[in-house]
Design a protein around this ligand. Structure first.
Ligand code: NAD
Length: 357
C-alpha cells in the first residue's frame, strides 16, 4: 500500500487545525525520513458547497487508496436545514461505513499541566489514562429496520433496531483485548445485559474471547453504572469496550473529565489497520476563522496515525513529547488558558510544536 496521507480539513475550524497538523507531519516526515506523501480532499459542508454532496466520489476514492486519513471536523449551522441524507455528518458516516472503520479508539488522558481544567478533584483525576474502544459501524445507529411509521390508531411511532452479530462483537472484542494487552491488561466490557438481549450476547462473546487472552483481566459493567463510575473513580478503568451508542456517550463523558476537549485525539481503524484520525471535538463554528482554536487534538491525532496505521512509533512519540514541551513552557490556547500562562493563537501553538520538535 502507498504511504499517502489524505488530509480532509472539512468545515469550521477544520482547515485551521489541519493546517498546523500538516506542518508538524511534514516536519517529522523529513526528520525521520518516513517517505509519506500528502493529498487533500473535500468532505462535509465544504464538499456540499463545491460538489453538492457531503462525500464526493473523488474523496471516497482517494480515501480508499490512502494509508491513513486525517480529518479536521465537519458541520456548521449553514447546513443544518438540509435533509438528513445531505447533511455534512453523512460524509463522516459514509467514510466510516465504506472503509469499514469499525474500531474507534478514544483515549482520555489528563495532562498534568492541565489538571486545573478538570471539574473533578485533583486526587480523583490526576494521572488519568483511559482508552475507550467503541464499536463504530454497527449497533443501533446502523441496524434496520428504522424509521417513523404510522400505527393503526393514526399515531406516529419512531423506531430503531439494536442488533449485533456474533462476528461484529468478536472483531471489536479482539481489538479491545489486544489494546488491553499493550496497556495495563485490564478490560471492562460495558453493556446493558439486564435489559437488552443484544448485550446478553455481547457479554457471552466477551467471556468466550477472554479464554484466548488469559493475561487480560475482563470485567463487566452495566452502562448506567459505568457512567457513574467514570465521574466517581475514573482511574479504576484501563481499557473499556462497548457498543456504538454507549461508546458515543461514555467517550464524550470521559473526554470531558479532562476538562479540555481541544486536547483529545481519536482513531478509527478497519481490519487492515487503515484508519481515519480526528480530534474528538466538532467544527466549533462559534470560533471558526478567528485563529484561536486549539490545534493540539489534531496534532496528537497525527501522532496516533503514525503509531497505529503507519507503524512509526518513534515519530509518534516525538510529536507527543513536543506537545508536552509546549505545555511545560506555559503556552495555552484560549480553551485551556489559566492565570500564569501565555496565550497562543492556533498558528503560534502549531509553530511552538514545530520548534519543540
Ligand atoms: P464542538 O466540539 O464543535 O464545540 C463545542 C465547544 O467546544 C464550542 O464552544 C467550541 O468553541 C469548543 N471547541 C471545540 N473544539 C475546540 C478547539 N479545538 N479549540 C478550542 N475550542 C474548541 O461541538 P458542537 O458545538 O456541538 O458542534 C458544532 C458542529 O460540529 C456541529 O455542526 C456538529 O454537528 C459538528 N460536529 C462534528 C464532529 C466531527 O466532525 N467529528 C463532531 C462533533 C460535532
Amino acid at each position: 500500500m502507498s504511504k499517502t496521507v489524505l488530509l480532509l480539513p472539512g468545515d469550521g475550524i477544520g482547515p485551521e487545525i489541519i493546517n498546523e497538523a500538516e506542518k508538524v507531519l511534514r516536519r517529522v516526515n523529513e526528520t525521520f525520513n518516513l517517505g509519506l506523501t500528502f493529498d487533500t480532499a473535500l468532505v462535509g459542508g465544504a464538499a456540499i458547497d463545491a460538489a453538492g454532496v457531503p462525500l464526493p466520489d473523488e474523496t471516497l476514492n482517494k480515501a480508499r487508496h490512502a494509508s491513513a486519513i486525517l480529518l479536521g471536523a465537519v458541520g456548521g449551522p449553514q447546513w443544518d436545514g438540509l435533509e438528513m441524507a445531505r447533511r455534512p455528518e453523512k460524509g463522516l458516516l459514509g467514510l466510516r461505513s465504506n472503509l469499514e472503520l469499525f474500531a474507534n479508539f478514544r483515549p482520555a488522558i489528563l495532562y498534568p499541566q492541565l489538571a486545573s481544567a478538570s471539574s473533578l478533584k485533583p486526587e480523583v483525576i490526576s494521572g488519568l489514562d483511559i482508552m475507550i474502544v467503541r464499536e463504530l459501524t454497527g449497533g443501533i445507529y446502523f441496524s434496520e429496520p428504522r424509521g417513523v411509521r404510522e400505527l393503526d390508531n393514526g399515531e406516529r411511532q419512531g423506531y430503531n433496531t439494536y442488533a449485533y452479530t456474533e462476528s461484529e462483537i468478536r472483531r471489536i472484542g479482539r481489538v479491545a483485548f489486544e489494546a488491553a494487552q499493550q496497556r495495563n491488561k485490564k478490560l471492562c466490557s460495558v453493556d446493558k445485559a439486564n435489559v437488552l438481549e443484544v448485550t446478553v450476547l455481547w457479554r457471552e462473546i466477551m467471556n468466550e474471547l477472554a479464554r484466548e487472552y488469559p493475561d487480560v483481566e475482563l470485567s463487566h459493567m452495566y452502562v448506567d453504572n459505568a457512567a457513574m463510575q467514570l465521574v466517581r473513580a475514573p482511574k479504576q478503568f484501563d481499557v473499556i469496550v462497548t457498543g456504538n451508542m454507549f461508546g458515543d456517550i461514555l467517550s464524550d463523558e470521559a473526554a470531558m473529565l479532562t476538562g479540555s476537549i481541544g486536547m483529545l485525539p481519536s482513531a478509527s481503524l478497519n481490519a487492515n489497520k487503515q484508519g481515519m484520525y480526528e480530534p474528538c471535538h466538532g467544527s466549533a463554528p462559534d470560533i471558526a476563522g478567528q485563529g484561536v482554536a486549539n490545534p493540539l487534538a489534531t496534532i496528537l491525532s497525527g501522532a496516533m496515525m503514525l503509531r497505529y496505521s503507519l507503524q512509526e512509533e518513534e515519530a509518534a512519540r516525538a510529536i507527543e513529547a513536543a506537545v508536552h514541551t509546549v505545555l511545560d513552557q506555559g503556552l495555552r490556547t484560549a480553551d485551556i488558558m489559566s492565570d500564569d500562562c501565555t496565550r497562543a493563537t492556533t498558528r503560534e501553538m502549531g509553530e511552538a510544536v514545530l520548534a519543540a520538535l
